[in-house]
Ligand binder design. Structure first.
Ligand code: SAH
Ligand code: SF4
Length: 347
């Protein structure tokens, strides 16, 4: 394969070095190239002014932008959350969201076009699965979003909580994750980059091995009994018991906790009994719980519980010593809140 056809932005430094070696290019050129892309966020070859012409031509010439995605339409919420369409080269689209809060800037990125898990309450899964994103398309969302930062904003956190099930695209997600955390590049600390899964135990196990347990992990549980879990997450075959076991085996560093995501749905998983079952299920794990009262949307009839119900549910958890965080609804007016991202069919 010629260099023109290779997705350069997804190459880890050692892979980049190997590629240059094969093409008889000196190693320090690889360091310069990596620096342009991952530390200075410059992906247009025409702007890399310390690279020789021959090398630029080998990479595809001055017309090439190494970022494989571009931003499409941008929607700005009254709370300053921004949702961007991300246009892929084959005409498909995904979405990414920038969420500012208390001096932090979190970007929520997508890992697939569509999702095959098809959770009842989630808009992203409603049109099925189209394809996996490449590592460059995952990372490219971060580059593409930069032009929409407000002055003085800096990326502080990344969450793999956009469209798609990250562990159904494990290798590309891990590749992007490692580049986001590379200290010579974007350089976010591993605790600031969270991968969220609907419960794929093989993925949990692999991530534990591949990152020594450093990757921050969120589990979309939504249920404490198999019956409820089947109703809400019908596309996952793993049992709750298997998920808990996988978490127990994860080499979680000291003082770190898993995030358990729990979308509260009226009349389905919001009773006192559900709360007590959740306490029991999680009793042997170090966790914090992210409660997300369902964001209602056009593609589902499920409803969000009343506020008193949410409070009563929360109290049962906190009384048993669990830390509970209420996920604030961000960007609801632009359909950018959790589970509302759509991508391809957003119009
Ligand atoms: N597929 C992964 C990554 C997506 S994360 C996963 O499911 O974990 C998106 C988060 O938003 C998940 O916790 C998901 O359950 C939640 N979510 C989906 N639809 C939602 C809705 N309508 N209201 C609130 N949260 C929702
Ligand atoms: Fe897929 Fe996650 Fe949405 Fe479920 S909640 S359909 S796993 S993106």
């Amino acid at each position: 394969m010629s260099m023109e056809d290779i997705e350069i932005i997804s190459l880890e430094p050692d892979k980049l070095k190997k590629l240059l070696k094969e093409n008889a290019i000196p190693q320090y050129r690889g360091e310069q190239l990596f620096d342009w892309i991952h530390r200075r966020y410059v992906t247009k070859l025409s702007e890399m002014n310390n690279l020789p012409k021959d090398f630029i031509n080998l990479l595809g010439g001055t017309d090439r932008d190494l970022c494989p995605v571009t931003a499409g339409e941008v929607f700005t919420s009254s709370d300053k959350t921004r949702k961007m369409e991300i246009l892929l080269k084959d005409g498909l689209k995904v979405e990414t969201v920038l969420i500012p809060e208390n001096g932090k800037l979190t970007q929520c990125i997508s890992s697939q076009v569509g999702c095959s898990v098809g959770c009842e309450f989630c808009r992203s899964g409603k049109f099925g699965f189209k394809r996996n994103l490449t590592a460059g398309e995952i990372l490219g969302q971060i580059f593409a979003a930069r032009e929409f930062y407000f002055p003085d904003e800096h990326l502080t956190n990344v969450v793999f909580m956009g469209i798609g099930e990250p562990f159904h695209n494990y290798d590309n997600v891990l590749n992007a994750y490692q580049l986001i955390c590379n200290p010579k590049g974007i350089g976010l600390s591993s605790r600031k980059v969270t991968i969220s899964t609907a419960g794929i135990t093989k993925g949990i196990e692999k991530l534990g091995i591949d990152t020594d347990g450093k990757a921050a992990l969120a589990i979309s549980l939504h249920a404490a009994t198999e019956d409820v879990r089947k109703k809400l997450v019908p596309g996952m075959k793993t049992t709750l018991e298997e998920i808990v076991k996988a978490l127990k085996n994860y080499p979680l560093p000291q003082r770190r906790r898993f995030t358990i995501e729990y979308v509260m749905v009226k009349g389905v998983n919001d009773s006192d009994q559900d709360a007590r079952a959740l306490v029991r299920l999680l009793s042997t794990l170090r966790v914090k719980i992210n409660l997300l009262p369902l964001n209602e949307h056009d593609l589902s009839d499920l409803q969000t519980p009343d506020e008193e119900r949410v409070l009563a549910f929360t109290r049962i958890l906190t009384d048993k010593g669990l830390s509970v965080f209420m996920r604030k609804k961000r960007g609801n007016d632009i359909n950018a809140a959790c589970g509302q991202l759509l991508g391809e069919k957003s119009k």
